[in-house]
Design a protein around this ligand. Structure first.
Ligand SMILES: Cc1cc2nc3c(=O)[nH]c(=O)nc-3n(C[C@H](O)[C@H](O)[C@H](O)COP(=O)(O)OP(=O)(O)OC[C@H]3O[C@@H](n4cnc5c(N)ncnc54)[C@H](O)[C@@H]3O)c2cc1C
Ligand SMILES: *[C@@H]1O[C@H](CO)[C@@H](O)[C@H](O)[C@H]1NC(C)=O
Ligand SMILES: *[C@@H]1O[C@H](CO)[C@@H](O)[C@H](O)[C@H]1NC(C)=O
Ligand SMILES: *[C@@H]1O[C@H](CO)[C@@H](O)[C@H](O)[C@H]1NC(C)=O
Ligand SMILES: *[C@@H]1O[C@H](CO)[C@@H](O)[C@H](O)[C@H]1NC(C)=O
Ligand SMILES: *[C@@H]1O[C@H](CO)[C@@H](O)[C@H](O)[C@H]1NC(C)=O
Ligand SMILES: *[C@@H]1O[C@H](CO)[C@@H](O)[C@H](O)[C@H]1NC(C)=O
Length: 497
């Protein structure tokens, strides 16, 4: 026992001395500079401090928690962010910008031996009753943002789950309200941005409109750091919403109902996401190793027949009922593994709402089921999430400034988001193999040409930006605002091939 304690101490001492000997190089140099300028409360280098631990532990993909930033900066203003960017450049340090930490791709909001800019302390918000415009800063999650505007019975277009961060909006942002108002980025009216040069600017329809375009769905951390969002708000009154859970024996009936919803639903107040989940061993509150969960959300107190096709199918659980928007984004799910941090990766595909697209959906689904059965033991969770994109959504999107960076083609079409939570027991080599076989699964049916691969659901290697209607323009904007390629070379994020 005593021996164990002393060897643990020896290990700790070794780790501390190892980190002390590594305390040179661009990261530590930038951190030293920033500590002088901003103080040790704003710039934290101690790997044992609570803030440091919170920042590196709170990633949806836990692989990123293994990276050790040289320090973490907690800015409270655009000036702080500007100073941080300038010092980082001066030392030629790597860095990352983190909002909610939900992007699963390595180095998108995480960094090893560089500066992590964690925006969590920037949480100011405001509401203007005359203009109905809302402002929020990038810190906190969408649950916090919604709760604030609920005081006025208003909300903003953001995440479908309270825990997701505001980086979602810079990459589009698909909400339960999107069929009415477009993606989160379609509501942007003005942004405050710290450019890769460190300069603080405004981006709107009239000021730096090209930058505004890039930030409306063209991805975070490519064109600058957004320090304040001014957006159109919308009414949030009573919703009729809930989850309905089915046994897998109803897989075909539910898939047919989803397909019909994709193709035929014309009520923009009705939104769904369909999730097929597989676990390696019986889990859920229901002792199942597979289940189908439909999230059904209607903006209004009575959904009429909008969800009848789903409720008509025999089910295990149905929580439909009147809810506030805050309750909608906090709907409890029988297996919360869907939301848990883990060795998570996302992949996405896209297909049309026509006959061919629906046939593809059936093929994709069957291949996914087979993959899950063939790979038991290698994952804690795999899910197949179907997200319809109706014409009302693409119309709403395209009615704002001629559309966002995606230049969304007319609906209906749909995205499938594949989530893989790899087993923690896999070696790095086995993890690579599972990643590879999951990639092949998703690629087995090529996505429909001309439709965009959603960057919020994509894996790094999918090069999703190149599928965007606005890609050529985005590439120019990237070159204009990151002219020497500092952001391109020194932080993670989407490539502009
Ligand atoms: C459980 C879960 C639920 C989800 N639900 C939805 C959903 O309903 N709709 C949807 O569209 N997507 C959804 N997503 C996907 C989600 O939008 C992306 O994971 C998104 O990247 C999360 O943003 P974040 O702020 O939490 O993450 P982060 O990883 O912190 O940020 C994402 C990227 O944006 C950059 N970034 C963040 N803030 C800024 C800023 N202010 N300035 C410049 N760059 C910035 C970061 O550097 C990073 O590259 C979900 C993801 C998860 C894990
Ligand atoms: C700190 O960074 C700034 C740029 O923001 C630079 O001008 C200054 O020389 C740096 N100081 C040191 C000591 O490196
Ligand atoms: C918000 O809605 C509730 C319930 O309909 C109502 O009682 C309340 O007065 C409203 N608040 C505002 C600020 O309009
Ligand atoms: C899925 O549906 C098909 C067709 O109804 C059925 O044959 C199959 O058994 C179902 N799968 C499961 C796992 O129940
Ligand atoms: C429900 O399904 C029927 C076909 O069975 C279809 O005609 C109808 O449009 C569907 N309704 C919705 C809202 O998807
Ligand atoms: C495999 O997935 C993990 C997350 O589970 C990710 O962090 C890692 O980088 C991936 N590896 C490769 C080679 O893509
Ligand atoms: C980034 O990389 C490109 C290509 O290698 C190079 O031309 C450019 O100078 C680099 N920029 C910086 C700031 O390092």
């Amino acid at each position: 026992m005593l021996h164990q304690i002393s060897s643990a101490c020896a290990l700790l001492a070794l780790a501390l001395s190892a980190s002390a000997t590594q305390a040179t190089g661009p990261g530590p140099e930038a951190c030293g500079n920033l500590t002088q300028a901003l103080g040790s409360k704003t710039v934290v280098s101690n790997v044992l401090s609570m803030n440091y631990i919170d920042s590196v532990k709170s990633y949806f993909n836990t692989e990123q928690s293994k990276f050790k930033p040289s320090c973490i900066v907690y800015p409270t203003s655009a000036d702080d962010v500007s100073l941080a960017i300038k010092a980082i450049r001066h030392s030629e340090s790597r860095f990352a910008i983190k909002a909610g930490g939900h992007n699963p791709n390595d180095f998108y909001s995480s960094v090893d031996k560089g500066v992590l800019i964690d925006l969590c302390d920037m949480t100011e918000k405001s509401y203007d009753e005359d203009s109905t415009l809302a402002t929020y800063q990038p810190g906190g999650d969408f649950g916090d943002v919604y709760e604030y505007f609920a005081k006025w019975n208003r909300t903003v277009v953001g995440a479908r789950l309270a825990g997701v961060g505001t980086g979602l909006a810079l990459s589009g942002g698909l909400s339960y309200l999107s069929s009415q108002y477009g993606l989160a980025c379609d509501s942007f009216r003005e942004l405050e941005v710290v450019l890769p040069s460190g300069e603080i600017v405004t981006a709107s329809e009239n000021v730096n409109p090209d930058l505004f375009y890039g930030l409306r769905g063209g991805g975070g951390n490519a064109y600058g750091v957004v320090t304040k969002y001014t957006v159109q708000s919308y009414p949030a009154d009573t919703f009729y919403a809930g989850i309905v859970v089915y046994l897998f024996q109803h897989n075909s009936s539910v898939l047919d109902a989803i397909s019909d919803f994709i193709t035929y639903n014309e009520d923009p107040k009705a939104a769904i996401i369909g999730t097929y989940m597989k676990l390696p061993t019986p889990g859920f509150d229901l002792n199942l190793d597979e289940a189908i969960i439909m999230f059904l959300v209607y903006d209004g107190p009575d959904a009429g027949n909008a969800f009848k096709n789903f409720t008509d199918i025999p089910h295990l659980v149905n929580t439909l009922g009147q809810k506030t928007y805050t309750e909608v984004v906090n709907m409890p799910i029988p297996n919360s593994a869907e939301l848990n941090a883990g060795r998570n990766t996302f992949r996405v595909t896209v297909h049309g709402g026509d006959e061919t697209g629906i046939a593809n959906l059936n093929t994709l689904y069957e291949k996914w089921v087979d993959w899950g059965n063939d790979n038991k033991g290698k994952y804690l969770l795999t899910s197949f999430d179907i997200q319809p994109i109706p014409k009302s959504l693409t119309d709403a999107s395209n009615s704002n400034y001629g559309g966002n960076a995606m230049q969304m083609p007319d609906g209906p079409w749909y995205w499938v988001n594949y989530l893989l939570t790899a087993s923690p027991l896999l070696s790095e080599k086995d993890l690579d193999e599972v990643n590879q076989s999951y990639k092949e699964l998703v690629e087995a049916v090529p996505p429909t040409e001309g439709l965009p691969l959603f960057i919020n659901d994509a894996s790094h290697d999918q090069n999703p930006l190149t599928t965007y209607g606005g890609y050529a323009k985005l590439k120019e904007i990237k070159a204009r605002y990151d002219p020497d390629g500092y952001f391109a070379n020194y932080t993670g994020g989407w490539a502009f091939p």
